[in-house]
Design a protein around this ligand. Structure first.
Ligand code: 4FV
Length: 254
């Protein structure tokens, strides 16, 4: 199952290098993901290819005009009517691992990247199926947000992460943060790798990793713990962590 992204943007060149490197670059080469950039300006009927204008009612900045965007979306949908159109905007629903996994099932997405103060409201009313935000801050354009979405969603495409890996193992899979990772050297300036990881005792190792993932999530993102599906054993371990940590959560003894 491959994934296709049609990106509507005023700056198509922004997508060239980030999507050419490393895992995503190889996925494009292998045809596991297809990415096409569409320059909205090419769909402006205006002789000067104008794509923005001043806001009705006054106010600062410019607004992206509805016609060029409408014609661009209609062209892409004429090629594939079932595709869904996503608008990247701070007013959208937050992108998270569950939403990324759901978007993966769509197999073909149009991503609309806003600029200036955003798009004319009629674009949203008439053409947008879903609005998504990558975070509560304001970017200069939706392009970087589109790249973040493409990266997060593409990791679910079989073969993108390499044969043995699947996005299902990741952080947030069961909405816990990752456990600490270590590699050689086992002693760096006196800071040593936890003994258990050198023990070869795989059940002790996975127990330690589960406990550290629970501790880190409790310390840094207790909001995630609330929606995590925890085993009874997890709840017992969390109690242990709570009791063995002083009030700012630092580990007393373990
Ligand atoms: C954004 C975000 C974002 C808003 C005005 C583009 C900018 C400009 N998109 N998540 N945060 N977009 O800040 O998705 O048009």
């Amino acid at each position: 199952m491959k994934m296709r992204f049609d990106i509507l943007t005023l700056f198509p060149d922004m997508f060239s290098s980030p999507l050419r490197e490393s895992i995503l670059g190889r996925a494009v080469e292998k045809g596991l993901i297809e990415i096409q950039t569409i320059n909205i300006r090419d769909y402006s009927l205006d002789k000067h290819q104008v794509v923005d204008d001043t806001p009705y009612g006054g106010g600062q900045g410019m607004v992206m005009k509805v016609e060029p965007i409408a014609r661009a979306i209609e062209w892409v949908k004429s090629q594939n009517p079932s595709t869904r159109t996503i608008y990247l905007t701070p007013q959208g629903k937050p992108l998270n691992q569950d939403l990324a996994r759901r978007l993966f099932t769509q197999s073909h997405l149009i991503l609309l990247c806003g600029r200036y103060e955003g798009v004319d409201e009629r674009v949203r009313e008439l053409f947008i199926d879903e609005e998504i935000s990558i975070g509560d801050y304001v970017l200069t354009g939706g392009e970087l947000a589109a790249m973040v979405l493409i990266d997060a969603v593409s990791r679910f495409v079989p073969g993108v992460l390499g044969s043995d890996r699947s996005a299902e193992e990741d952080s947030f899979f069961n909405s816990l943060l990752e456990y600490p990772q270590y590699t050689r050297p086992s002693d760096f300036r006196g800071s040593c790798v936890p003994e258990v990881l050198l023990s070869g005792n795989h059940s002790a190792i996975s127990q330690w990793r589960r406990k550290e993932a629970l501790r880190r999530t409790w310390l840094r993102r207790p909001d995630l713990l609330a929606k995590a599906n925890l085993f009874e054993e997890d709840k017992r371990v969390l109690e242990e962590i709570r009791n063995s940590s002083d009030d700012c959560g630092l580990r007393n003894t373990d």
